[in-house]
Design a protein. Structure first.
Length: 296
């Protein structure tokens, strides 16, 4: 069953199919000249549509002739079946329409992007290579005029970079997309606002609120306003948690000396109950290994 986020990401490309061509150009794909884009059925066979249905199929057209087929797949996690079904999608569409075909995969995590971008070996001398978009290669759109030129691509940029460690950058991208979305129809505008909000980290959501307040912007969506309020609450909890972790790390360093990066990473990733145990053990444990216990 496709997830809510999966379907919302597809809406961006259904609302503006030209965004697919824009992304391919960003990946340095040499597109043939075209004057229109047409959507096509995503069913590749009547035998087993559950297995052979792509998310979206588009055709670049020139003078009513199909010059390139683009199969779009939104992939939120790794799927061991895809290296077998994706080549079938391409071969089937190419055979049916007698034109070049490529596969464009949209991901929102770099780990999934790396998996999806691996060449698919079909046999000696034959391979399939998807074009993949993820956080590391999605255009960074912070200028309002660029966001207004392609609202859907700006929203995708906000989604892909919503959890960027550079919180200020994530907030700038999101604010450009939200302000640009104010100029489109109300339904799409509210949908895009909500999609951006659920894609941001707590810290980025807080930074975005500051940015939007400075612009005098008021959220129109109840859902978005709810996320802003939630972000404030979560930000306070997150701040307390981070402070607790830093205190434990300082105490460990005082007792056992400088901590390797690996140890610091383990402590920062610990759950609340693990931190409780560690806080108690570090007071009496004779060695760092014993203090860390199962985290070591």
């Amino acid at each position: 069953m496709p997830s809510y986020l999966h379907e919302l990401l597809l809406v961006l490309f259904r609302n503006r199919s030209g965004s697919a061509a824009d992304l391919l150009r960003e990946l340095d794909v040499q597109l043939p000249p075209y004057d229109a884009i047409r959507s096509e059925s995503s069913d590749f066979t009547d035998l087993n549509p559950a297995e052979y249905r792509a998310d979206l199929v588009l055709f670049l057209m020139r003078e009513s002739e199909e010059v390139l087929g683009v199969i779009m797949e939104v992939q939120l996690s790794c799927d061991e079946d895809k290296p077998y079904t994706w080549p079938a999608y391409i071969a089937n569409l190419r055979s049916r329409h007698r034109c070049p075909v490529c596969l464009l995969v949209i991901t929102i995590e770099d780990s999934v992007a790396r998996w999806a971008g691996k060449p698919i070996e079909l046999g000696p001398g034959s391979r399939c290579e998807p074009w993949v978009v993820g956080p590391s290669n999605t255009p960074v759109i912070t200028e309002l005029r660029h966001a207004q030129n392609n609202v859907e691509l700006a929203v995708l940029s906000a989604i892909e970079h919503g959890k960027n460690p550079d919180v200020a950058l994530a907030a700038r991208i999101a604010s450009a997309a939200i302000v640009a979305s104010a100029d489109i129809d109300d339904e799409r505008s509210r949908l895009y606002h909500d999609l951006i909000q659920i894609s941001l980290s707590v810290s980025a959501r807080t930074a975005l609120e500051v940015t939007m307040n400075s612009l005098g912007y008021e959220y129109q969506s109840d859902f978005a306003r709810r996320y802003v309020a939630q972000g404030k609450a979560e930000g306070r909890v997150e701040g307390r948690q981070e402070g607790r972790i830093e205190l434990i790390l300082r105490q460990l360093a005082i007792r056992f000396g400088s901590l390797p990066d690996r140890i610091q990473t383990c402590v920062r990733g610990a759950q609340n109950d693990e931190l409780d145990t560690l806080a108690e053990r570090l007071l009496t444990a004779p060695t760092l290994e014993q203090a860390l216990g199962s985290l070591y």
